[in-house]
Structures are given as structure tokens and as C-alpha cells.
Design a protein. Sequence first.
Length: 198
Amino acid sequence: MTNLKEINFGLNQYCGPAVLSALTGESTDRCAAVISSVSGKREIKAVERGHLRESLKRLRFNVEETIFGGSSLYGILYRMHTHDGLYVIFVPHHVIAVEVKGTEIYICDNHTKTPLDIKQSARLTQKVEDVWRVTAKSLPKFLRSEIKVHQGFTSIDILRFNVYENEEDNNKEIMGSIRTSSYNEIREIIKALEEIIE
């Protein structure tokens, strides 16, 4: 059984979001939104490799370029058949998701729609331009939250810093802001808050 998912099609039917859907199980529209947040483009059709790489990272995948030799999809798959894992493979004007698992190799893209045994694929003679090995990261392990207050001349910003085991997962949230017209008002607000706490 493969770890690739059946593509969860939304309105977007293109290959980049479809490959992300096959890897994550998310809808193609959600995957297109992630790509859009990287590229700045509202409509996602053809996807630049750099944008796809960053989108994979945002979807919690490590991405590693690989070299297996060979130029056709068949030649690449023949050389990688003993290297279990999930892969993103670029052929001209298209991208596909592949899983090597034991003696089986599965392929999935916006044309197959569901993972397919590679023996049934019509793409085996296509030229391969690039191969990435992708590995899902474990879920973030939360450690603690820290509340910090940033005081400006006429404002107070209250921030929550969420700290995780992996520093890459750390993030901050703006809990609220208080705008004032003077430094004296800030002092009065702080004094009033202290009285509430006491």
C-alpha cells in the first residue's frame, strides 16, 4: 500500500498543486494557496521549482536533491528501485509524485488522479529534468509560550511567542495593541492593569 494519497481536487487542476495534494492529502486549492503565498501570484498554473520547494517546506517536508543517473523516467526508476521513499520528479512541463516502496513503485499526478503502479504509466520514456527526495517532518513539539510587551512612545503591543523543540517551528502572535496619545496615558494603563492583577 502506498503513502501517496488520491488527489483531492478542488477548482485547481494543475500538476503542481496536484503533486502537493498527493503528498499531503490536502485539497489542490489549499495547496495552490500555499504556492500563491510563496510566489505572490493569485492564479497558480505553471509552478517554478523554487516556489514548489518552498511550498513543500511550508507543508512540513524536507527536500533533498538526488542524482540517480539516467535520463528517462524508466532509467531513473530502475536505479532508484532500492531507495525507498517519496520523490518529486520533474519531466518537461510537468511534475509527478513517486513512491518507491519495497519492490513496488507508484506514480501520481493530475492525470492519474490516484496512485498508480508505475508499470501502468505511459510516462516511462519521458526525459527527467530533476528528482527531489521529500521526507515528511514530524509534528511540531510544543514547549512553552512566553508573553512579552513591547512599549513604544504611544503604544503597547502584547505578543505571545510560541516556543517549539525545533526552532524552525517557533512563531509569534500579536495578542493585542493599545494605542495612546501620550506616554502618561501608557503609565496610567500600566498602573490600572497592575491594580487588576493585585
